[in-house]
Design a protein around this ligand. Structure first.
Ligand code: PLP
Length: 479
């Protein structure tokens, strides 16, 4: 690959006609752009002509080929290959992301065989290793701050745990995540990991993270970095399983559709990127729970905030879908000034300024269905009764949205519902729907016996800043 081919990244809010661009390594370490925007590639790498050669590749090899298109010359020859092999070695299934057929037209892509039982592991296991490798190249230390609605936090803690170049602080909404999710964070033994319960919602946690990033002094002092779903490297790593599933079901000859349980819009947006790279995707179906800001947007063109309400699928109890900004950038003709203005308007008023043209373009790319708790339970029980497959409530939202889409517009292409969490991660809803108590996989069986470290803080930037300053080894070293 010549230097000319290497992809560079720009912020969705850069107002300049000639935007400032950054390398993959810079974007990986920084997470969020300094102007508050999200990084996106200047151009999308193309895989269309490579797809026939992807058939039958081991997952780690496919991962290496796809991520290298985004990473360019970030890693010396062979290093990315080693990182990919190491990242997916911790998975309990040799196929990493196996496909299970549920009925004639519906498949389940099982993305929950990683160490924390949710799809976040597929990206974060690799991103954590890439992160540590880049820091090692640079002899740098970072303080990672992230907000989680449950699953990102444990996956990030698992991925960054024993790494010497990283301290990690994860904010989660107090008493709004499942016990398994909480324990996966609070029982981590590595002293560089800190889970903090915030007295508020996930959106409050996300706002706190943004406020800490906006504090330039703190940002420099602690060398702040983010690994939540706004990091481009995660999006890149999430395109891999779309390609793997597409190829397994007949790409490039056959079109495939995907149904995705959606919260922060990271997962389904990665599917959109896979399609832009040249994977022949027919439909991308968004499933939301009762927190349906996205479904309302696709139905009406209006994106307006409502209060977050707890549901059976807590990892999707979100109103502000951060990654939507990346789509908006595209819908607005890659106009950073317009995106910056729209996002500031959203912040100020709680609703996105209407843009009919953007909305029409969005509806050509995605369809969206809202699935309430009753339908979620019904889909868990129906899927178990008809196919003998136990699914968690998030996966059930995807399956339900897939069925609604097929009912509305016909089957057409094979439909793949993304299985985003292991049923044992949300055992109560599964047991209530099916009468079957899903067992934790061995290796996690003692989770409920491990001691927890619990920290609860008020929803205040000052309190969180003080805690992080007091516990980051970087401040310790400087003091
Ligand atoms: C994170 C998560 C989601 C939502 O994914 P987004 O990328 O935020 O849209 C859905 N289901 C599960 C189990 C998750 O962990």
């Amino acid at each position: 690959m010549t230097g000319h081919d290497i992809v560079r990244y720009l912020s969705t809010r850069d107002p300049r006609a000639e935007p400032l661009t950054r390398s993959f390594a810079e974007v990986l370490i920084a997470g969020l752009a300094e102007d508050g925007g999200l990084y996106v590639p200047e151009r999308m790498p193309a895989i269309a002509s490579d797809i026939p050669g992807f058939a039958g590749l081991p997952y780690a090899e496919l991962a290496c080929r796809i991520v290298s298109l985004f990473a360019g010359d970030t890693f010396p020859p062979g290093e990315l290959q080693q990182l990919a092999v190491a990242a997916y070695r911790s998975f309990r299934h040799a196929a990493v992301a196996p496909l299970v057929q549920v009925d004639e037209s519906l498949w389940l892509l099982e993305l929950f065989h990683g160490p924390t039982l949710a799809f976040k592991d597929l990206a974060l296991q690799l991103v954590g290793l890439m992160f540590d490798a880049v820091l090692a190249h640079r002899c740098e230390h970072v303080t990672v701050i992230g907000a989680t609605s449950g699953d990102t936090g444990s996956a990030a803690i698992e991925a960054c745990g024993k790494r010497s170049a990283i301290d990690i602080f994860i904010l989660y909404p107090h008493q709004r995540i499942s016990e398994v999710q909480r324990r996966q964070m609070t029982t981590a033994e590595a002293p560089n990991t800190h889970a903090i319960a915030i007295e508020g919602t996930f959106d409050d946690c996300q706002d706190l993270v943004k406020a800490l990033f906006a504090d330039a002094g703190l940002r420099n002092e602690l060398n702040l970095s983010a690994v939540n779903s706004i990091n481009w490297a995660r999006i890149a790593a999430q395109t891999i399983y779309y390609v793997a599933a597409g190829v397994a079901l007949g790409a490039p000859e056959r079109l495939v559709s995907f149904a995705v349980p959606t919260g922060n819009f990271g997962n389904v947006y990665a599917g959109h990127i896979a399609r832009q790279m040249g994977l022949p995707i027919d439909r991308l179906v968004i499933g939301t729970n009762r927190n349906d800001i996205l479904a309302r947007y696709f139905a009406s063109g209006r994106m307006a905030l409502a209060a977050v309400e707890p549901s059976l699928s807590p990892s999707m109890d979100i109103q502000v879908s951060s990654n939507f900004e990346r789509l908006l950038f595209e819908l607005k003709g890659r106009n950073g000034a317009a995106v910056g203005e729209a996002m500031r308007g959203f912040r100020r008023t709680g609703s996105l300024p209407a843009d009919d043209q953007a909305w029409r373009a969005a509806r050509r790319l995605f369809s969206a269905h809202k699935v309430d708790d009753a339908e979620t339970m019904q889909m868990i029980s129906q899927t178990y009764a008809r196919s003998g497959v136990l699914i968690d409530p998030h996966t059930a939202v995807a399956v339900s949205a897939a069925r609604a889409e097929i009912a509305a517009n016909g089957a057409g292409s094979p439909m793949v519902a993304l299985g985003c969490a292991h049923p044992a991660k949300f055992p109560d809803a599964v047991e209530r729907s099916t009468g079957v108590h899903p067992a934790l996989p061995s290796g996690l069986a003692d989770l409920f016996d491990r001691p927890e470290r619990i920290v609860v803080l008020p929803n205040e930037t000052g309190a969180v800043r003080r805690f992080i300053r007091a516990h980051s080894r970087r401040t310790g070293a400087a003091a």
